[in-house]
Design a protein around this ligand. Sequence first.
Ligand code: C2O
Ligand code: CU
Ligand code: CU
Length: 432
Amino acid sequence: MAGRAPLIGGDYPQTDVWAYDGNVPGPMLRVRQGEPVRITVENRLDEDTTVHWHGVRLPNAMDGVPGLTQPPITLGESFTYEFTPPDAGTFWYHPHANSLLQLGRGLAGALIVEEPEPIAVDRDILWMLADWRLRSDGQIASGFGNGMEAAMSGRVGNTVTLNGAVPTDEPVRAGERIRLRLVNSALARIMRLRFEGHRPVIVAIDGQPCDPHEPEGGRLLLGPAMRIDVILDMQGVPGRRYQVVDDFYDGLAYWLVHLAYDKGAPVRTHPMDAAFRLPRNPLPEPDLSTAERHELRLQGGMMGGGAMAGMGGMGMPGMRHAAWAVNGTSMTGDGHAGMKPLRTLALGRSYVLTLRNETAWWHPMHFHGHSFRVVDRNGSPAPHRQWVDTVLLPPKETVDVAFVADNPGDWMLHCHVIDHQTAGLMTVLRIA
Ligand code: C2O
Ligand code: CU
Ligand code: CU
């Protein structure tokens, strides 16, 4: 529904948004691993919508892709989503209809699936990050779907919010251990977070536990739709403030928030002495020796000089505004009836997908209904047993991901820079 949100805070005007239950972000849904969930969505927008449960391995009919997995929910109608999340972890939900506007105007929320026995921490905190392009009067700027932008970085905004507001301080206590869940719900902004004076340890990526490790260069790289869970031991000085900086874009670093220590004595003198490896989720292990291999080439986008790359002769008739393609074919939009699968995969078989980014741009490539294991990047084995639903590809890089095709249905695979998705960087894999 439509609503207003104090994104900037202070004396600034509130922003007109679209919201779940009137809140930006939408309500944090906390459910339990292996227990049935039932969520009814009532559409009070002026247009069709659906809800997609990003990263959750659920039945195809609950995946929320209009036309492909369900009819869109029209104004005044409702739809009940029912599924049993097999995996514990940090997930999120967002519309899959007119996504540029609906997500860009605020429709997104976190879905936390709790482990039956959570790891020992003092606090479990969510940072739902979003990116907005606001005018000076605090309203959302128009111009969604600009073709030039769609062929470049996508709609990167000018205001980053944390849990729905431009943040200043995150209050913390010396000595405490925090499980921090980061969600990047931006349309296009990639973030790379550095925690001044702290050493975050990554324990899960896209909800799926990995081998605990410190990130490369101490920075957490979060493309759109990606999540990272970290363990943070607050070893700073009582009363001090430490910056969290996002320095992804050259020359455009800014501080996102400060970790603000209260003046109290540390709650403990040494970091908490407890294991923080998360229990593995019940993911089927792909058999790499028998896996069938397929290549997906990501093509298109602006090169220097303004030409489109790798787009010779591709595109489906009647589809304009395509700036991107997968293996020479552009599927545009958010999902619709009659999308022809690129490939049919055999139920129960193991697959390795080679994602080859032939473009000059970054792409967080997301697959619905599955998590895949990152096996290899540019020819080197990927460390830390990373299972993801969204894999970030730098320009010209290649990543191999492996999975068992164990979930039948037609599943979207697309870039989560929404401008890229809707301008052609999307395909469908059928599992039957
Ligand atoms: Cu979160 Cu099809 O995406
Ligand atoms: Cu998804
Ligand atoms: Cu992309």
